[in-house]
Design a protein around this ligand. Sequence first.
Ligand SMILES: [Fe+2]
Length: 399
Amino acid sequence: MASNTRKGRIPYKTTGMGEYVDEIYSLGGFFGDWAHLYRRHNLAHPLRWSDDRLMYSGLDPAGLAATDATDPRGTPLRLLEGDGVAVLLSQRAAAMPFAEKNVDAHQIRFYHRGRFRLETELGPLETKPGDFVVIPRGLIYRETPLAPEGNVVYVFETEAPIQLAETLWDSVGYASLLVDYSEMEIPEPAAGEDPAAAGDAEHELRIRYDGGWHSMTYGFDPCRDVIGWVGDAVIFKMNVWNVPTTGTSHGHLTPPSGAVLWGEDRAFFFNALSVPPAPRVPPPDGSFGAPSHLNDYDELWLNHASQTAPQTEGHLWLLPRTLPHPGLKRAAGPPSDAGPIRTMKINFDTKAALSWTEEARAALFADPLTAKYTSFFGVPLEAAPENVRRRAGHDGARS
Ligand SMILES: [Fe+2]
């Protein structure tokens, strides 16, 4: 639909900022119809709510323990579940004593902390923090941490096949300007020319099938058996720091502009968002940061790296489709000469209605409204709006 409707008073440009809260209402996960509203109050700041599912919520994984942290045969901890989507936390300290196959779901394994050797049916990969590996359903892999301490892997499981988001940029051409997919690393078969590579010992394959764990035994190692393959890059590794974050001279771009991967039928999009270029246009026409906004997808956010608030790294947030996210629009400052800012957020927006599991719910921040600023945005409470500071019992004085 053409975006040509204007009603009431438009106090400043949609990209700018001024005395009103501006909020984007959008459909279809930011891809559909939208309206930019200028309002007096922020709908993201309710006084109270009848059910926590209506509210955004976040957690620090430091308080959680997956069984694979202490037991090599353990499993990742399921944090969020929804129709065709699950998000899991793995803290694996020791090598998998089996190979593994997920029949139910495709995976994006996001390596937040730790280094791993990831053997796959098609060959091995080495991973470091910021890497993500796409493993389609049915392909076999075996994960071995290179050190036991501090490992954190977030696993995004999806029923929808995972695709490169380059098709999003078809209309502007030159997709490599945005994400250079030729930077992906594709495994080389591990068996090579050694006929004994797969051995003749028994190897267990742990299988995720129909929601349960099962196993199958082979008389060889399925991760050292393939000598060659041709075809599509069905399994690959990329790194979030190689994903450029786009910007405009005036202000904000929607999250899908940072999409690296997306699901068939737009079931989800997976974004890597570092700090965008500082817009050069001052208020009232320009601004920096997202306005308050609402879309009809559930939004999941992970603070992978935060230069200014390292205590928030690893924090995971669910922003449900029921209410706007408050936004943190501010005046664009002059370009900094402090060098690159090492801040990276991972964003997974999905059609699925996600719910925290019981284990995850126990770790949620007590007051999501204040934590939204201190954890999600990683700013001191002094930077939150006055009503939020008051709620936290803060005197509101800037220090
Ligand atoms: Fe959002």
